[in-house]
Design a protein around this ligand. Sequence first.
Ligand code: NAD
Ligand code: ZN
Length: 352
Amino acid sequence: MKGFAMLSIGKVGWIEKEKPAPGPFDAIVRPLAVAPCTSDIHTVFEGAIGERHNMILGHEAVGEVVEVGSEVKDFKPGDRVVVPAITPDWRTSEVQRGYHQHSGGMLAGWKFSNVKDGVFGEFFHVNDADMNLAHLPKEIPLEAAVMIPDMMTTGFHGAELADIQMGSSVVVIGIGAVGLMGIAGAKLRGAGRIIGVGSRPICVEAAKFYGATDILNYKNGHIVDQVMKLTNGKGVDRVIMAGGGSETLSQAVSMVKPGGIISNINYHGSGDALLIPRVEWGCGMAHKTIKGGLCPGGRLRMERLIDLVFYKRVDPSKLVTHVFRGFDNIEKAFMLMKDKPKDLIKPVVILA
Ligand code: NAD
Ligand code: ZN
């Protein structure tokens, strides 16, 4: 079978591989819609998680089951499924500790386009199908559905980690697809004021659609000053970091109130350290909490996100600015994600 792969750091291309086979609990899925992620860009072009050779890319897919192992109970060939970006090994101690994203080791629940072939192949392998796949209702269009496996779960995790309370004031740094879902998640959890930080007009418009009450442009001056001005020098209760470089942690620490929470869902792809500013950190005594997390995966998470779309609590289709058809266009969509033209939020490739 054919797949679009990371050949080595900085290099991508099409390769041929054996079609995968399922173990007793696994499934083989044919993608019906896929999307490239900024994380794949960090992985390939920054070498952020180290060298990878001939690894098929992609971890955002909805698909059709083509084969299942002998022990799979709830899925059969022909079923349409949402495939989470994170497909943990559920029989691990990390799961018992409550962190399925790290089942088997740090970040090890993230398998596609990290430690095994991803979803940009004609077929791909899903471990533990009953625990990791979710049925896709026919009412949800493929373009919207493919925003569930990563964009929705990640952005919403930003709001969860931030522990947003009714009426909390929130800054979301970076309003690409992930930050936009951070805004939507913050609104769903009852945030009051939501300040989005971004620059592309198309993202600004989407940020307002998803619930931003204010927008700041980081190109118009220091964002801490801008946030302080907007909040009469008080800062905000919560900050969700979903874009920008390593400087954003210092900015987040500076703009969050004492006792506030910073929630990072950004993939910091380069540099050795993130800095915490000493004075704004209250010389270590400000009760400012910093959290960071990989998006939740697995079946139950996908089913809950599917319900949010099905019952119209959130419409992820506004993220999709470019729709391509046909397998060969995966490369074009991927390169768009690298180049980030002004009119792009998220490209999708339909393979149905
Ligand atoms: P994106 O590039 O589309 O969006 C990032 C946004 O940040 C852009 O709108 C950009 O204008 C803005 N930005 C850049 N510099 C900034 C600055 N100095 N201050 C404020 N904003 C700035 O990316 P995306 O697809 O939305 O993904 C965001 C991040 O989330 C990426 O790093 C991606 O790899 C990561 N990610 C993490 C997870 C996870 O599980 N935690 C999952 C998916 C993606
Ligand atoms: Zn991703």
